[in-house]
Design a protein around this ligand. Structure first.
Ligand SMILES: NC(=O)c1ccc[n+]([C@@H]2O[C@H](COP(=O)([O-])OP(=O)(O)OC[C@H]3O[C@@H](n4cnc5c(N)ncnc54)[C@H](OP(=O)(O)O)[C@@H]3O)[C@@H](O)[C@H]2O)c1
Length: 350
């Protein structure tokens, strides 16, 4: 099968740069167009982008002229689908324009994430949710969403715990990286030597998105998971990689070794299908008392694994764990790409 042709919307931003890097050589997809705001449109990619991610600039895209992502009519090439890394404030309206033109959208932005017919994907935990697309007929093209970064990282280790031991309630406190706020998100003066104990709308997103993603597909609809979940989200002066301290009350008794086994042996459909972006181990357990750490563990599995440590079980039903995952890879561009690979392999992209 020929490679599918794809454009990235928001290609100059943090998530957009990772898309360009991940798509430089890809076995299924060929990146043919890079879109950004009107400010960047008309410039060559190398001039429009302030390259900042810790990967070499993808020279093969350097001379592509950036198009105005807000207008699908200005796409310079025919494409099979688009990845959207647009800011949430503008993404809803712009993504609809692409859908109405018959172009499938796989998006990182928050609008439509909770719509009942829109799959909210983290492929290892809910590959079956793609079946929602069979009844998603309102636009004439497919819309698939990825969760917010914190939820993508959190739900990966929660899935094997839910399956093996059941979950009654979850309490999570996050320490989130600066890059999660986007390229122009925070001034140095506000975050260096500091911690900000609030991230707008984040706690709500963690609660509702995790229940949808860990919910069950029944009769073509998602029944949200029925655990209780509380979240406190904070921003810390780390460049990339979210850290989360998680307490989980399980339904059935367990112990630390059983939890570690469940996490270490967890695999999903991306591993069974050997998808190009699938990490060999989605969840990696570390035994050292001072791991995981964002600087040391965020790139595990090429940024697609979540690393879990400090696992303890109290009173047989309360698990404590600390996890680290890359907010721009497992939390954004990487999980979008993995979703697209799953859709390609399962025949959802025609
Ligand atoms: N950062 C993360 O960790 C993360 C994780 C999960 C999800 N997300 C979501 O992913 C999306 C992108 O996040 P980001 O951090 O990469 O943002 P970002 O660094 O601020 O980049 C935004 C991109 O969108 C373009 N853009 C801005 N306004 C536009 C408009 N009106 N029309 C067309 N293009 C426009 C920008 O182009 P110019 O350069 O021309 O301004 C830039 O390419 C957001 O919805 C965010 O919530 C981010």
């Amino acid at each position: 099968m020929d490679k599918l042709r794809v454009a990235v919307l928001g290609a100059t931003g943090m998530a957009g740069q990772w898309f360009a890097s991940l798509l430089e050589e890809h076995p299924y997809f060929e990146l043919v167009a890079l879109g950004a705001s009107k400010r960047s449109a008309g410039k060559r990619y190398r001039e429009a982008v302030k390259w900042i991610i810790p990967r070499p600039f993808p020279e093969k895209f350097g001379d592509l002229v950036v198009f105005d992502a807000s207008d699908p009519e200005s796409l310079p090439e025919k494409v099979d689908f688009v990845f959207s890394a647009l800011p949430s404030e503008v993404a809803g309206e712009i993504e609809l324009k692409y859908l109405k033109k018959g172009i499938d959208v796989i998006s990182n932005a928050s609008p439509f994430r909770l719509e009942p017919d829109v799959p909210l994907m983290n492929p290892e935990i809910n590959a079956d949710h793609l079946e929602l697309l069979k009844n998603q007929k309102r636009w004439g093209a497919k819309l698939v969403k990825n969760p917010n970064c914190t939820t993508a990282v959190l739900t990966l280790p929660l899935k094997p715990i839910l399956d093996e031991f059941g979950i009654e309630d979850i309490s999570v406190v996050t320490m989130q990286a600066i890059s999660g706020a986007g390229f122009a998100g925070l001034t140095a003066y506000s975050i260096v030597d500091n911690l900000i104990p609030y991230i707008s709308k984040e706690e709500y997103k963690v609660k509702v998105e995790s229940k949808k993603m860990l919910g069950a597909l029944r009769n073509g609809q998602i029944v949200p998971a029925d655990f209780i979940i509380e979240a406190t989200t904070t921003r810390v002066p780390v460049l990339d990689g979210h850290t989360e301290v998680v307490y989980v009350k399980t339904e059935r008794a367990t112990d630390a070794e059983a939890v570690k086994d469940a996490l270490n042996s967890f695999k999903g459909e991306p591993q069974l299908l050997s998808l190009p972006t699938a990490p060999e181990r989605p969840v990696i357990v570390r035994e050292e008392p001072d791991r995981p750490q964002p600087r040391l563990d965020r790139m595990n599995g090429n940024g697609m694994s979540v690393t879990v440590g400090r696992i303890e079980v109290m009173d047989t039903k309360r698990i404590r764990m600390v996890l680290v995952g890359h907010n721009l890879l497992r939390g954004a561009s990487g999980v979008s790409l993995l979703t697209a690979e799953l859709m390609y392999k399962k025949g959802y992209m025609t």
